[in-house]
Design a protein around this ligand. Structure first.
Ligand SMILES: Cc1cc2nc3c(=O)[nH]c(=O)nc-3n(C[C@H](O)[C@H](O)[C@H](O)COP(=O)(O)OP(=O)(O)OC[C@H]3O[C@@H](n4cnc5c(N)ncnc54)[C@H](O)[C@@H]3O)c2cc1C
Length: 162
């Protein structure tokens, strides 16, 4: 998944926190020549109150929140410039997303399924399908794309977000 060498500082945004912490320890121990059994110390998660760099999953869920919210507020009748800008945004985004494997995957998805920017409806549904492709790959449940405006713009019909 990652092309990093084991002696390099692990990319926190490219892996879940436990894997990152384990890799971090391996690098540290190999640098310091410590014995492997010291690797066995329990790995504790950051407290939610600390402001720490994001791991892959934190970065992922915050990024999806931003992307879906941006799509939810996209115009119903965008101008040619807005369509071009949105298309360009997703291609640029996919080249700079800090999780390399995720970014490469996104670039591949964009080749097969370019952004549909002709309206809010088209863009939100396209993004929902893209996210569902990632969900499928990760074994997560697929999201019902009919509910995307409730989830990201209007709040649930039962009023629980009001
Ligand atoms: C562009 C991108 C590519 C990624 N690629 C990878 C990868 O290749 N490998 C990897 O391990 N991780 C990848 N991730 C991270 C991964 O998708 C998750 O963000 C991460 O695993 C955390 O998942 P989560 O359970 O918090 O929910 P997330 O998948 O982050 O979803 C957040 C919330 O979005 C809503 N939601 C879920 N699905 C949809 C949908 N289809 N449409 C609209 N709303 C939805 C739900 O309410 C959910 O709680 C990627 C993230 C991004 C942004």
């Amino acid at each position: 998944m990652s092309s990093e060498k084991s002696s390099e500082k692990p990319c926190r945004a490219c892996m879940d926190f436990r894997t990152w912490a384990k890799r971090q320890k391996e690098v540290y121990n190999s640098e310091k020549g410590l014995q492997k059994k010291q690797d066995q110390a329990p790995i504790t998660r950051n407290s939610g109150t600390q402001e720490c760099p994001l791991d892959k999953d934190e970065l992922g869920s915050k990024t999806w929140a931003f992307l879906h919210t941006m799509a939810a507020y996209y115009p119903n009748n965008p101008s040619q410039q807005q369509k071009a800008d949105m298309n360009s945004f997703f291609h640029t985004f996919s080249r700079f997303y800090p999780c390399n494997a995720c970014a490469e995957d996104m670039q591949e998805q964009l080749r097969h399924s370019p952004p549909e920017t002709s309206s809010q409806e088209k863009l939100t549904q396209w993004l929902c399908r893209i996210h569902n492709e990632v969900n499928k790959k990760l074994g997560k449940p697929e999201f019902d794309c009919k509910l995307v405006n409730q989830r990201w713009r209007d709040g649930w019909q039962d009023g629980s977000c009001d």
